[in-house]
Design a protein around this ligand. Structure first.
Ligand code: ARG
Length: 576
């Protein structure tokens, strides 16, 4: 028996179908669903589709499946219902034992299929000429959750922060630095956006400056030592800004994961040569291009990946071609993940197609563009400051912590240090959870009140649920170890146990589709199931075996909630 009850039932149904009809079906075709109906824990919906295939009445097919279905001690009762459903009621004793076994397991029953993989995750990846914006907030949060989930699955994860640290903006910035006389002194740029804007304005208005900026780009690309030194000082400055955001967010990215666009410049000639040699790249309109079947632009014109531009330079496409070759061949990734907003969907579809054609990426290797929508303000447009300026992420995150601090400001039962810990965990958690609990492909409206609500599908609701369980355990003076035995009898206990048993399947699909909202919403369901259990089943006031069992369920629930939040990158304060 693996962790996931539905999958286990599914496998048993597949075997029964093979025995009854000598027909092979997949586990998905077994269609086993959890059921909310009284006295039914799972519904098996295999018969209807199979009946069509076999041209037999579906109830008859269901009965024959039932005749061959070996459920061992798992089920207390199985019945044919309606047009041919099989309704399964699980055996209480079996479910009790199963629940204890899940609690004892370090992954709560989740067992990834197949051997551990090497997973490369490209996330955050901001452009360094400017401050990070909300799009990078999403990439950073979503990417970090994916890193944590894959690590939990036992995979080896390689984080890659594909910093935008190369190209024309830097010629402009370096020249502006020199103009301001900053190249001769220590300097710090308090606001990168302002600095960028100044350079940009000059670039547009001053022909001489524009020429010098262009010459700088050429010097940078040619490796001129003075220019490179200034560029590096700019990057150092920009990294301070990025790291302030990472610190506040508590994400796992470190400087060791920085692998910016500039890192690929030395191999671009070779990549271009290889693509030409393999007959994939051709000259078109003076540029070296890769054309791929099925990709067309305006007026059905074939859309190219541009390997080398007409002026001989390399751009975003070329860098990503080099990047994917590196990730497949040198980093030996089995799953290549790119967490980047949906406007770049075509770009990545083309990069993946080209990498497969070039045989850099083997058919067994998975390539995923983890696309996401935009963060909107209340006006339905991209989130900005009230004044309409681009929003600095540090300001946004600080505001979250401040708002959370206000919630616990008058809690005299907490020390100042505890209040600060809570403000941090609740404020940042709110921002992350609001993002991760929505289907990533959708846009969402950034709304402080909603994301900080105590009741509702929010981080603080879950953090509070954990704190409440902890307080129950403190008052009980007894925290049973994970895996302590449980005895399920009451409906609310069984519902909680069934919810706990869903964890393996949720992790499985969350990782398959790289959708953190599946995990977030599961945690909310679990916390809700605990809430009803706690309302309906006295814990502290019950006796002996029942009390021990209910405390064990509480410990198990708290552990899954806390691990689940941790997988989303959200901290749980000790008290709340
Ligand atoms: N720097 C890019 C941007 O801000 C994102 C880079 C994503 N990663 C990649 N390998 N292209 O839009």
């Amino acid at each position: 028996m693996t962790g996931d009850i539905g999958a286990d039932l599914g496998r048993r149904v597949v075997a029964a179908v093979a025995a009854a009809f000598e027909v092979d079906i997949t586990i998905d075709e077994a269609v086993v669903r959890p059921s909310q109906r009284d006295g039914v824990d799972y519904q098996i919906n295999t018969a209807m589709a199979l009946a069509k295939r076999l041209r037999r009445p579906s109830r008859e097919v269901a009965e024959q499946i039932l005749d061959h279905l070996d459920l061992g001690s798992v089920a207390a009762n199985v019945e044919v219902a309606g047009p041919g459903f099989l309704n399964v009621a699980l055996n209480d004793a079996w479910l009790s034992e199963h629940t204890a076994a899940l609690a004892a397991d370090p992954r709560f029953g989740y067992r990834p299929e197949g051997a551990p993989r090497r997973v490369v995750v490209d996330y955050s990846s901001p452009n360094m000429a400017k401050e990070m914006h909300v799009g990078h907030l999403r990439s950073t949060i979503i990417g970090d959750a994916i890193v944590r989930m894959h690590t939990f699955a036992g995979d080896e994860v390689v984080r890659q922060n594909h910093l935008g640290d190369w190209g024309t903006p830097f010629g402009m910035l370096v020249e502006h630095l020199v103009d301001e006389g900053l190249h001769e002194t220590e300097f710090s740029i308090s606001d990168l956006n302002v600095f960028y804007q100044q350079a940009r304005t000059k670039f547009d208005a001053d022909q001489d400056f524009a020429d010098r900026a262009r010459a700088r780009v050429v010097a940078l690309q040619a490796g001129d030592p003075d220019t490179l030194a200034l560029w590096e000082r700019l990057l150092t400055e920009s990294k301070h800004h990025i790291e302030a955001v990472y610190d506040l967010l508590g994400v796992q990215l470190t400087p060791a994961d920085y692998q910016g666009e500039s890192a690929y410049q030395p191999i671009l000639d070779d990549v271009a040569d290889e693509l030409t040699r393999r007959g994939l790249a051709h000259m078109s309109d003076g540029a070296l291009c890769v054309f791929l079947e099925g990709f067309t632009g305006r007026e059905d014109k074939p859309l190219p990946l541009i390997v080398r531009k007409r002026d001989g330079g390399y751009g975003y496409d070329a860098t990503d071609l080099a990047t994917i070759r590196h990730r497949a061949q040198n980093l030996k990734g089995d799953r290549l993940i790119y967490v980047v907003g949906s406007p770049q969907s075509t770009h990545f579809a083309m990069i993946f197609a080209a990498a497969r054609k070039a045989e850099w990426v083997s058919p067994a290797t998975e390539t995923d563009h983890v696309a996401f929508g935009s963060v909107l303000g209340e006006d339905g447009k991209i989130l900005r400051t009230r004044a309409g300026a681009t929003l600095k992420l540090t300001d946004l995150l600080h505001e979250g912590v401040q708002r959370a601090a206000a919630i616990v400001a008058d809690r005299t039962d907490l020390s100042e240090a505890e209040r600060a810990e809570i403000a941090q965990a609740v404020g940042i958690g709110a921002i992350k959870y609001a993002d991760l609990s929505t289907d990533r492909i959708k846009d969402y409206v950034f709304d402080w009140d909603r994301m900080l609500a105590m009741d509702g599908n929010t981080a603080v609701y879950l953090q509070y649920a954990i704190a409440r369980i902890r307080s129950i355990l403190r008052r009980a003076d007894h925290t049973p170890p994970l895996g302590a035995s449980v005895t399920l009898t009451e409906p609310a206990e069984r519902r909680l146990a069934l919810e706990l048993a869903r964890f393996p399947e949720v992790m499985d699909t969350a990782l398959q589709y790289l959708e953190a909202h599946r995990l977030a919403n599961y945690l909310f369901d679990l916390a809700t199931a605990f809430s009803s259990f706690y309302e309906q089943c006295p814990v502290l006031k019950s006796q002996d075996e029942v009390r021990a069992s209910r405390l064990a369920l509480a410990t198990h629930t708290a552990a899954v909630l806390e691990s689940g939040l941790d997988l989303l990158g959200i901290e749980t304060p000790q008290r709340l």
